[in-house]
Ligand binder design. Structure first.
Ligand code: SF4
Length: 495
């Protein structure tokens, strides 16, 4: 699926705590900036960083804005973001739009001091929670779930909460009110809390900042970390000279300070339900060099291609892909089928964002602007073209036409994920059921409409078998949300 017709991720989170006292040698704001740049694929609409010197409880340094990370931050902004701990956020808006007040992290004054919060996900019961908050006389200034979370965290937990009115109690209260979907980084005083919802729907991991001269292969304990980071994905680590410490468990609350990390609580899922990491993190959202559940996303995508070849091989001359997200799947397909891999499209990396076009002529122009046919590789040949998913089907037809007009004999589409049938209520911007092409046309009808010679999707079983080699930190098998494919949501939906 290339970006003309894609699902949209909801956000990237990053946090950093330096191990020394203020003033620290570590440039925390720059580290957070580099972390957000590496997480840019998770949201390009807004970005923000909040830093603190820890001991000064009355003031945070804040900069947020509209645009991608390098547009929002200049050297001057980063110089003014002084502190030895901080959190950052890069946003794609599912709720609340791109007005400046929706930029995160949110910062509020509470009875207990300043609080900064950054959120990835969408609360399945946001509407009911919003009503409860309003009924309690608390006003909300944005439509975003993240502000809702911030307000709930500011409130006292109910009597009887075993952890009383401290931050653990407040976070547990939030987690009792809403089970999914969120990963959070929360900053208060000189502490950052990293929280993953009980279903683990969004990823979150912890890294150690390596001192100069220490290499990635060093084991934990062989060196004193310069600091600790929390990130939505591990792909960040090389760019900030850090190594993965571990992934945060579903339902876990981790406290990060200059003294190190400590797991301070876990909230379990009701009725022994399995975890539900979004399976589209593997299919599309996460960067291929990230590690999820102990496995590299690239290898899972390759395995999806291998499964697809087992399910839907076809005698063709070459296997190829729409650059670049489905390339590992195309390589896996090629390995199993024995059909050679060859590139058929050259991507123009400088066209910027291309919006979904309203008619076939404009779509054809948008595709031609973005891709040049490498016709010497495929003239007169039968191509198997692998893509990672189809949402509305608005652009793949234009690509097939481009290939055929440039000399392809046949174009057979293979999709390295199952058809999308249901909307997502956990933070991914999937269109309504009516807009999803798989609800209108079956695979054969869609192939005909698109001008493809055939079209086959990967089965749900094939996708699950490709991802299920992952395990959590405690060695237990993981579980995945497949709701947009199967209609089986991890929790009952409240309206
Ligand atoms: S419904 Fe689909 S996109 Fe949404 S969390 Fe579940 S698997 Fe991910």
């Amino acid at each position: 699926m290339e970006e003309l017709d894609c699902l949209q991720e909801a956000c990237g989170l990053f946090a950093c705590v330096a191990c020394g006292e203020w003033p620290t040698n570590l440039d925390v704001a720059h580290i957070i900036y580099l972390g957000l740049v590496a997480l840019q694929h998770r949201g390009q609409e807004m970005a923000g960083i909040v830093t603190s010197k820890g001991e000064n409880k009355k003031k945070y340094a804040v900069h947020r804005g509209v645009g991608n990370v390098s547009q929002v931050f200049s050297e001057d902004h980063l110089r003014n973001l002084r502190g030895n701990l901080g959190i950052g956020h890069t946003r794609y808006s599912t709720h609340g739009g791109t007005e400046h007040q929706n930029a995160q992290p949110f910062v509020v004054y509470t009875l207990h001091g300043l609080l900064a919060v950054a959120h990835n996900g969408e609360l399945v019961n946001a509407k009911n929670l919003r009503n409860k908050i309003l009924e309690n006389g608390v006003g909300l200034s944005t439509g975003s779930d993240s502000e809702l979370i911030t307000q709930i965290l500011s409130m006292p937990p109910p009597e009887g909460e075993p952890h009383g009115a401290d931050w653990l109690g407040r976070i547990r209260h939030l987690m009792a009110l809403t089970l999914t979907a969120y990963s959070l980084v929360i900053m208060h005083d000189d502490v950052i809390f990293a929280v993953r919802d009980p279903f683990g729907n969004r990823p979150l991991c912890i890294g150690e900042l390596l001192p100069p001269g220490v290499i990635q292969e060093s084991k934990h304990g062989d060196f004193e970390p310069e600091g600790w980071i929390v990130s939505s994905e591990t792909c960040v680590f090389p760019s900030v000279s850090a190594k993965l410490h571990r992934e945060i468990e579903p339902g876990e609350i981790v406290q990060v300070t200059k003294h190190g990390i400590r797991s301070i609580g876990t909230v379990s899922r009701p009725d022994n339900k399995p975890p539900a990491l979004c399976i589209f993190e593997y299919v599309y959202f996460a960067r291929p060099d990230s590690i999820l559940e102990g496995q590299m996303v690239y290898m899972v995508r390759k395995e999806c291609g291998r499964q697809l070849a087992l399910e839907a091989a076809f005698k063709a001359d070459i296997v190829s892909t729409v650059p670049e997200s489905a390339t590992p799947s195309a390589l896996g397909f090629s390995e199993v089928s024995g059909i050679p891999y060859a590139e058929v499209l050259c991507k123009n990396r400088y066209v910027g964002r291309t919006f979904i076009q309203p008619n076939p002529y404009l779509r054809q122009l948008a595709v031609a602007k973005k891709f040049g046919p490498l016709s010497a590789n495929f003239r007169g040949k039968k191509i198997i073209l692998i893509d990672d998913s189809i949402v509305r089907g608005t652009t793949i037809g234009a690509i097939i036409r481009l290939l055929k007009e440039s000399g392809a004999k046949e174009v057979h589409i293979r999709i390295a994920s199952p058809p999308l049938h249901y909307p997502c209520y956990m933070g991914i911007n999937i269109p309504t059921r009516e807009e999803l092409i798989a609800n209108e046309l079956n695979a054969d009808q869609l192939a005909k409409k698109l001008g493809a010679n055939s079209l086959v999707y990967l089965s749900v079983g094939g996708l699950l078998s490709a991802v299920q080699r992952g395990i959590s930190n405690n060695g237990k098998p993981s579980g995945h949300c497949t709701a947009c494919l199967t209609g089986k949501y991890p929790v009952e939906l409240e309206w």
